[in-house]
Design a protein around this ligand. Structure first.
Ligand code: GCU
Length: 676
């Protein structure tokens, strides 16, 4: 509940009754009835007073909150002629006046639910406006990809075992799945792929669909969350007993068509399939001499009759790449594999593109593929799971990184083309189905994500998919007010602390665009700059005794810079115009190269590592100042994690500095690294 001092007149509407309009209001599986229940429960808990659910015939007074889809209202008094109510999932909220009730109006039932959560969010923050307001999402696709395995483990999972699976089947107890759907709806997310991209085909057996997948879909549906499945391309062979999984083989086509019918029999509103094919050893159409488009269309055809989508991941690359060929570059792969197929994909194929060309690194330029498909729709893929970013043992708030990506101008045809506009139906390509997906690793841990502060990322991700122009700091403050406290000191301290986490992590891990510098071969966690070369994965730095960085120019390098539209390409082609923070991504330079800051590359490495690690040392102290202002249990959990993070930041600093010192033989001007 809000502290008494914050229950001001505006913040405490005298609501005593919630009325849900429409026949569906009494159908427990409808988002409308969920909205009603959430409002009754939420308002009474936030304001500490009793609120009841009225019937549609109850009288409307200024202490009533009336909610429903717009057609359920006889009069839409006060709603502007063009408003968020014109758009799918949009809502309009109108606080009570002395003579009329408060209203939450939705374009559709899900819009009503989003409106209900928006109302509760403002109320809980003590910020309910006395003016009417509304909102609708910029993008229709606002998804999550869980990488859960059927044995109950989660790939790159750091928050406990799967909510969905255990022992090769869907779990009996799905109570947390319901809470997850509720969490997703409260931040505007509307779809989830429940199993790993490295999928296990046995999920598709009729037994598993009827007794497992269907139950998950039924539980999540009332929250406006639809489910999708990740498929294994080779399932016709491994599960179906066919001799091949060739996408043009008629038995294979028939097998997938029948499977799709079967899935829709149990989940009639299934969103579609996520496919990771020809990636990291996974089977795919290329294994049968077919194109990636032929592979994607194999699934698109049977899905089209149900309105389902194929999310075809662009994460296709050769993971046995030879570093001795200076032209080899994994970063080139997505455009090389996909751009020429722009005309070849069916209408309901959506290419799923990681935000950067490599793999969720601490800093990458935006994937050029997002500006190279025009006819074929795309979604961007972010990662809440922090695989390369401290794995939810470090606190690293990622929304500032996503905000930068979304605000990047791709200059398609020489015109403004911000990534966030490309990812919207009103953007330059006019893709009706576009938007967002993120790898999320919610598990059974009581913290959901292994670290109480990691939830800031999931909150911000949801809000950005809805309103991608949002400011990372504003979102953080909202989250703090909702999750921890409305005390201004808590909001300010936690906000400042978390805003420092990504720069600090970049400082003590890999800077100047060199990538994260973690162990690339196995864990993707602690420092291992040496593992960044000589591996087949193609995550290279080309560091030697004199120089480092990937020459990705067109003139002398791998040509990657040329995958961007000309205005962007020309910025990255030249050292002088490449921003320092991406210098080593695009150029190979001596350690003594002088940056725009006036420092040499090697001195910048030393300084950034010391500064980043020093910043992390301050986190514990700053957190200590919040003791007593938030509950002890969560305070202690976070204090423990931050103390560990402080120590690990020093390990990072020393490993990376010593590695480059011994490689280059150049001492630190400030006499911290080297021989004096
Ligand atoms: C990374 C990650 C893998 C994952 C892959 C993917 O490489 O380490 O675990 O399978 O991304 O996105 O498919």
């Amino acid at each position: 509940a809000l502290p008494e001092s914050q229950r001001t007149a505006t913040n405490s509407p005298a609501i005593d009754t919630v009325i849900v309009l429409g026949d569906e209001a009494s159908d427990a599986s409808s988002p409308l009835s969920v909205a009603g229940r959430e409002l009754v429960d939420g308002i009474s808990k936030i304001l500490g007073r009793s609120v009841s659910l009225g019937s549609s015939s109850s009288q409307h007074t200024s202490s009533t909150l009336v909610v429903g889809v717009r057609d359920a209202f006889t009069l839409l008094e006060g709603v502007p002629s063009s408003s968020p109510l014109d758009h799918t999932d949009g809502y309009w909220i109108d606080p009570a006046s002395s003579s009329s009730p408060s209203r939450i109006i939705g374009h559709d039932a899900r819009g009503v639910l989003y409106g209900a959560f928006a109302y509760l969010s403002k109320l809980a923050q003590g910020r309910l406006s006395s003016e009417a307001w509304g909102s609708s999402p910029r993008a229709p696709i606002r998804w999550i990809n869980q990488w859960d395995n059927m044995d109950g483990t989660i790939e790159r999972g750091y928050g406990g075992r799967s909510l969905f699976f255990e022992g090769g089947a869907i779990r009996e107890d799905l109570a947390r799945v319901k809470e997850y759907a509720r969490l997703m709806a409260s931040v505007g997310l509307n779809g989830i792929v429940i199993n790993n991209v490295n999928a296990n085909a046995s999920l598709l057996s009729e037994e598993s669909l009827a007794n497992g997948v269907k139950r998950v879909a039924d539980i999540m549906r009332p929250y406006g969350v639809r489910i999708g499945l990740a498929l294994n391309f080779d399932a016709p062979r491994t599960l179906g007993g066919l001799e091949t999984s060739d996408p043009l083989d008629e038995n294979v086509v028939a097998w997938w068509t029948e499977k799709t019918h079967l899935i829709y029999k149990y989940v009639p509103d299934m969103l579609g399939y996520t496919i990771k094919a020809n990636s990291e050893g996974q089977p795919g159409p290329l294994s049968y001499g077919r194109t990636l488009a032929e592979g994607a269309n194999l699934f698109a055809k049977p899905l089209s009759q149900y309105g389902g989508f194929v999310f075809y991941r662009a994460f296709v690359y050769d993971h046995h790449l030879r570093e001795d060929n200076p032209k080899n570059d994994r970063a080139n792969a997505a455009v090389d594999f996909f751009a020429h197929l722009d005309d070849a994909f069916d209408d309901n194929v959506v290419v799923q593109v990681k935000f950067g060309p490599i793999d969720f690194q601490v800093r990458e330029p935006v994937s050029p593929l997002l500006a190279r498909l025009r006819k074929t729709k795309a979604v961007i893929e972010f990662m809440v799971a922090q695989e390369y970013m401290g794995q939810q043992t470090h606190a690293v708030y990622l929304a500032p990184q996503w905000q930068e990506v979304l605000a990047f101008d791709m200059r398609v045809d020489g015109k403004p083309s911000l990534v966030r506009d490309i990812l919207s139906p009103s953007g330059p390509f006019g893709w009706p189905t576009t938007g967002y997906t993120a790898v999320v690793n919610v598990g059974r841990d009581t913290t959901w994500l292994g670290h109480h502060l990691a939830m800031a990322n999931l909150y911000a991700y949801g809000r950005l998919t809805w309103a991608p122009e949002s400011d990372a700091r504003v979102l953080l403050d909202e989250w703090t007010r909702l999750t921890w406290s409305t005390d201004p000191e808590v909001v300010e301290t936690l906000g400042n602390l978390l805003m420092d986490t990504w720069p600090a992590y970049e400082g003590h891990s890999g800077n100047l665009g060199i990538q994260t510098l973690c162990d690339i071969l196995y864990t993707h966690y602690g420092p291992s700059p040496a593992s960044q070369d000589g591996n087949g994965w193609g995550q290279w730095t080309r560091a030697n005794a004199k120089s480092l960085g990937m020459d990705r120019t067109v003139a002398t390098g791998t040509g990657f810079a040329g995958q961007y539209h000309p205005e962007v390409a020309s910025v990255y082609e030249k050292i002088e115009t490449t921003p320092d923070n991406l210098l080593l991504w695009f150029h190979h330079v001596p350690y003594t190269h002088v940056l725009k800051s006036g420092k040499t590359v090697i001195q910048h490495f030393y300084d950034a590592h010391y500064e980043g690690a020093a910043m992390v040392q301050t986190f514990s102290q700053r957190w200590a100042s919040l003791r007593g202002k938030i509950d002890d249990a969560r305070w202690e959990h976070v204090a423990f994690k931050l103390a560990y993070q402080a120590g690990h930041a020093l390990v990072w600093r020393d490993s990376v500095c010593r590695f480059y010192h011994s490689l280059s033989g150049i001492d630190d001007d400030k006499k911290r690294v080297g021989h004096y």
